[in-house]
Write a protein that binds this ligand. Sequence first.
Ligand code: NAD
Length: 353
Amino acid sequence: MSVFEHPSFDNHEKVLFATDEKTGLKAIIGVHSTVRGPAVGGCRMWRYEDSAAALNDVLRLSQGMSYKNVMADLPIGGGKSVIMKPDGDFDREELFLAFGRAIEALNGNYITAEDVGVSPADMMTVRKETRWVTGLPEGKAASGDPSPVTAEGVFRGIRACVKRAGMSDLQGVRIAVQGACGHVGHYLIGHLAKAGAELVITDINEPKLKEIAEEFGAKIVDKDAIYDQDVDVFAPCALGAIINPETIDRLKVKIVAGAANNQLATRDMGGQLQQRGILYAPDYVINAGGIINVMGEIQGDFDPAWVQGKLDGLEKTLGEILDRAESEGRPSNVIADEMARARIEEARVSKAA
Ligand code: NAD
């Protein structure tokens, strides 16, 4: 398994392979960039097929965090960690203590938080071994659940795209939400319904889906039918890679804008959306509300007004990306990646000066 030659390796500053025989810990920590500050990004625990799959995930995700954090104009870099979930029974407390010791060894270069498969309680365990952890449920500046802020950022992104597509506001705009019962999806639906949107929703959690449909007067569709809806906006808020060769030709929408990370299965899907006249709001730009919320905690003084100012910034950045995509006739995801890389490079140059 190669690392430096790996297709997802992007001159990551550090890649730490951490193991602990006693607890079964097998973790990889990717520090993509600390040019703008400590690398911040969550820890994911997943049953990976092998260490090559875990490495690929951490390299990609940590680069994505650098892009997300710089586009939200936060004074932090990007990193991520993955834990290969042990087979069979394991002592969760001991595993996360060992993981905490691995984080501590990076001496503040990387700050972790929860992600898929990891809970706030796990992060409290990590906190016993290191202070380089955030997104805690309790403590002086605890920021709590980031989902409401993520949902607000996504809502603002959808509203901006709708205006750009020639509709005056969200009244009567038809929106299909995938992952309606999730932390972000549920809050997002609340905003959209309040703004007068007509909602079509899906989720695999059927009982909760029914409740949400009743609460907001939304129409339920089967999870696979969500791609075929005759609506204006598709808002993916569940899984990654849902814009792929199997789904892209089925979309009849004008806009794709949602919370899910890594919505495009491959980078060229952005070009295909553009060719089909579909406006795409780059996921890591409009879903940065969560990391903005967490940043409030890192700063040690949680200030809701500062969070709102950063959400205004997200909307402005999205506007710049979509302006450039239109004037240059190039895909919005490509423009966003270029802008993120340029901003990181700018910081590198000014730091070196
Ligand atoms: P969540 O786990 O609370 O919600 C995901 C929802 O998707 C669940 O209700 C689940 O039942 C549903 N789902 C799973 N498979 C599905 C399928 N095949 N079809 C339809 N629904 C399905 O997660 P979340 O915190 O709401 O995050 C949603 C997405 O947004 C994820 O991709 C996450 O990485 C991303 N994101 C979340 C935040 C945040 O603040 N929570 C921040 C940035 C990005």
